[in-house]
Design a protein around this ligand. Structure first.
Ligand SMILES: [Zn+2]
Length: 130
């Protein structure tokens, strides 16, 4: 069976007709990325299911990277409601579409990108994640 990413890339290839130029793909991809960010922000400012509590955290001078992992967090409070989750998932899907379109245009296999990245991540330790 064909890997999901390959299947996805093939589907994107068959559907991308109007915006095949790499210029369209790059700019539409950037627009999709901005829409993901906008959807996350709207979950805070319009819906209110999420809140953001962000401020500089004092970091002790002798803190280790393990300490940092415990000290620092996502700054997100609350949980996505069903509506916001659906919107963000939809926007992420559109972003994936243009990532696949760019990979297709440049003859890059997303499956290989995932594998290479997974290999890289699996060799990392907390000491080289900064
Ligand atoms: Zn919400």
């Amino acid at each position: 069976m064909e890997p999901l990413t390959e299947n996805f890339q093939d589907t994107v290839k068959s559907l991308l007709i109007r915006h095949q130029s790499v210029l369209d793909i790059l700019t539409k991809g950037q627009e999709a990325s901005a829409r993901v960010n906008r959807a996350v922000v709207k979950s805070v400012t319009s819906c209110g299911c999420l809140a953001i509590d962000a401020h500089k955290k004092p970091i002790p001078e002798n803190a280790t990277l393990y300490d940092l992992k415990a000290l620092l967090d996502s700054n997100v409070q609350g949980n996505l409601c069903d509506n916001c989750r659906e919107t963000i998932e939809s926007e992420l899907g559109k972003q994936l579409f243009y990532i696949a379109a760019l990979a297709n245009t440049l003859d890059i296999s997303l499956d290989e990108v995932f594998e290479r990245e997974m290999k890289k991540l699996s060799t990392l330790t907390i000491f080289n994640m900064t």
